[in-house]
Design a protein around this ligand. Structure first.
Ligand SMILES: [Zn+2]
Length: 221
């Protein structure tokens, strides 16, 4: 563990680095906790989530926002699927809030926002398509995402911003899986706005499983 993060309870089943700009995906079982650590600060971790056993069920920003009546994700937020079921909850986070309305960067959105010369820049949608291809998913399976560690404030008139992050080195989010899920991360490669402080950096991911419940002692002699 990084020095300034507390240990996760239970048994560590995975602990690895997601390099800057890279995709990542892994199964997280019911009851396991996925921790994502912003190692160097101000690094957006774009995130998708699918039900393991039927990926027609997947994370829904709309259902999540409507149910919690708030657009930001904080400790205690329950992440709902398009079928209204709890997929995971934020068990803890050291960042004030996370975004789920800013979307994921793509070659198309880069071109619109920053000019045609950015069309060839590596983007989150490419990472998502690559990671999802390993599970047989394609463009039709690209849905609303979460941007862990990204700051998308909403002004009183409804205007969205993508501004300097509110995250910092060593801050993290812990997701407790409420069903078996496939978690997909794009370690955002964006260099045209401040979501990664114009300098994409690595993330760390840790998965912890609950300690097995000891078998009850037999009362028979
Ligand atoms: Zn991105």
């Amino acid at each position: 563990m990084t020095d300034n993060v507390p240990p996760l309870p239970g048994r560590i089943v995975l602990d690895e680095i997601v390099p800057a700009r890279a995709p990542w995906d892994h199964i997280v079982r019911l009851g396991e906790t996925l921790r994502i650590i912003d190692l160097e600060g101000n690094q957006s971790a774009d995130f998708l989530m699918y039900a393991l056993h039927d990926d027609a069920e997947r994370y829904s920003a709309q259902d999540t926002i409507a149910a919690q009546r708030n657009i930001f994700l904080r400790t205690g937020s329950v992440l709902l699927s398009n079928e209204g079921r709890a997929m995971a909850r934020i068990a803890a986070t050291t960042v004030a809030y996370h975004d789920t309305i800013g979307g994921a960067c793509s070659c198309e959105s880069n071109t619109l926002r920053y000019g045609y010369h950015t069309k060839s820049h590596h983007a989150c949608v490419d990472n998502f398509l690559y990671a999802n291809s390993r599970h047989g998913r394609g463009k039709r399976d690209m849905v609303s995402n979460i941007n862990w560690f990204m700051n998308v404030p909403v002004e009183p008139d409804g205007t969205l911003g993508i501004v300097d992050g509110i995250s910092a080195a060593g801050l993290y989010v812990d997701l407790l899986a409420e069903m078996d899920i496939v978690a997909v991360i794009s370690n955002c490669p964006q260099i045209n706005n401040p979501c990664n402080a114009f300098n994409p950096t690595p993330l760390r991911v840790v998965i912890a499983a609950p300690d097995p419940v000891p078998e009850a002692c037999s009362t028979r002699s």
